[in-house]
Design a protein around this ligand. Sequence first.
Ligand SMILES: [Zn+2]
Length: 343
Amino acid sequence: MFDTKRIENVKLTRRDAFRIAGAAGMMAALPWSGGAAAAAAPPAPQGVQGGGYYRFAVGDAEAMVISDGGLSFTPIQPTWAPEAAKEELEGMLKSAFLPTDRMNLDVNTLMLKTGGELILVDSGAGGLFGPTVGKMRERMEAAGVRPEQVTVIVLTHAHGDHFGGLLDGAGKPVFSNARYFASKTEIDFWTGPDPDFSKLRIPKDRAEMFLANARKYIAAIKDRLTPVLPGKKIVEGVEVIDAPGHTPGHIALLVTSGKEALLNAADTVHHHILMFGHPEWTSAFDVDPPLGAKTRRRILDMAATEKLRLLGYHLPFPGIGHVRAEKGGAFEWVPEPWNWAAG
Ligand SMILES: [Zn+2]
């Protein structure tokens, strides 16, 4: 029990205070404490939060989510959930103790070691989205993996926050030994003569930049790029799941090993509160918003029904958890607790 009376009775005299301060000063001057400079300014904690990567397993497959950093969108609407009533959207955020003036999204790339391959699913934003992202490569190297050791890269879709890390500042491929895989529909859409952006709700110049970047990056890897179709396996245990709408050829991946599975939902669902609570809410980045919403409901329904472990590219790091079906067609994100024993 806490004895409040005793605490009240403790009165620090001026002399006591000086004595305590003096002792602290002496301790700071000892060699192991960093010397007198440390006494003047205590060191600030440094380094990447949690190391920037999270290791886990899917059956016999070794897995790791590598954070590329995070993106912040201000204001939230109309980029996100433009169809939502402002009061309802803000009410949901407030009840989750989140700010209402901005929406923060993480950027979670997935690495898998399985079947003799080292697979990277999406590559982060590289230099395309500013200084808060583009950290994937240094964090991957901090985890002991060099870019030339990656043998397979899967792109879930051709948006810059997913392919930007493929080229370095000089425009050279970062992953010199990798074979690439992306959906045939996606490659055809972005490299075709006249991509249909009529339902996209971002400014025209931004859409043109998205297109120019997609074409540049696809051209840079095209000699080693294999188009894939939904239902096919990229390697044993990594199956392509059709998930169109956010982009026409957007794919999810079902990773299976032994009795375990992981559904990499990629950009099927961006926000852990808003889009789980209202799967019909869309984003201005969706090439086909109604189709994206339909896919979101299907994928969330599949995860909830089959109790599948899910990974979301933009969910709070490391973005692994389960989906619970709620009343009225809503869903709830149940993040998996951080497991120190898993890596
Ligand atoms: Zn994305």
